[in-house]
Design a protein around this ligand. Sequence first.
Ligand code: SF4
Length: 349
Amino acid sequence: MSRLSKEEALHLIRHASLPELGKRATQRKEELHPDRVTTFIVDRNINYTNVCWVDCKFCAFYRHGKDEDAYVLSNDEIDAKIDELVAVGGTQILFQGGVHPKLKIEWYEDLVEHIHQKYPSITILGFSAIEVDYIAKVSKIEVREVLERLYAKGMTAMPGAGAEILSDRVRDIVAPKKLDAARWIEIHRIAHEVGMTTSATMMFGMVETDEEIVEHWSMLRDLQDITGGFTAFIMWSFQSQNTRLIEEIPTIEKQSSNRYLRLLAVSRLFLDNFANIQSSWVTQGGYIGQMALFFGANDLGSTMMEENVVKSAGASFRMGKEEMIHLIRDTGHIPAQRNTVYDIVKHYA
Ligand code: SF4
């Protein structure tokens, strides 16, 4: 199959019919995953702090250090969450802040080391590019050193959070203090070089153009060509409730399910070097989550024992493992629990 150009991707977004996109994306998915298995992971997001100085306008989760409900979790609080995860057969924790203005590399090293030693079976998917970038700055060391030191302590994977749309025009509007697009890519490149896997994300439905969406995919595809370090692509739509962005730009429209499925299908076709594309049932709901399996997705993501970031912005879907299995079976696929690097932990044939 020849590689889709940016122009072809744009054309598909704008002019292809939804059934045609579904057919093509499914065909491509089945070339890569011929066994009809749809995977999911049992993991837990741990929002270790909600203190953040970055002030993204689309975020309803963060607080400033002096706010009454600002917090940093203690090791005991984090352990209690991991104990619950282990009890239900979970394999991964996803650490997601706040970009705390004062926490330095030693704090993160101690945390990762503590968890890795106490829970060796749990994969630590930790700290997004913006957190890593800031840990480097506040600790006065290079990003590569941050990642090497955390890797040495047991953090083997980095989440793709903070990509939003990899366009500096968009970022200047929605998150002017956040790292720029090239830096996000660079930090993921370094993470791959250090030995970590990472995921790639996209949050659409703010102020971006179709061209900027395709450019975002193109930057991801280029890096994947070089390193092969991305395990998956995950996209979701902007959840506007309680955010400053919707107050400032009230004309931003909620994205339709049609738009979500359309972009998902084209991402499957364009990102031809990504094995795994995730469905985002947390923001789209269970039904569209299922439909996504017919538009290129081969993975349903996490059972989400806990999610506070998009929940703060109005996305409140929840799902247990049994429901996830049922939902996958209902579509004629075979459910399987996977780990962070997409190895199968258990089939539910
Ligand atoms: S999205 Fe992340 S970096 Fe931005 S304000 Fe929220 S917590 Fe901070």
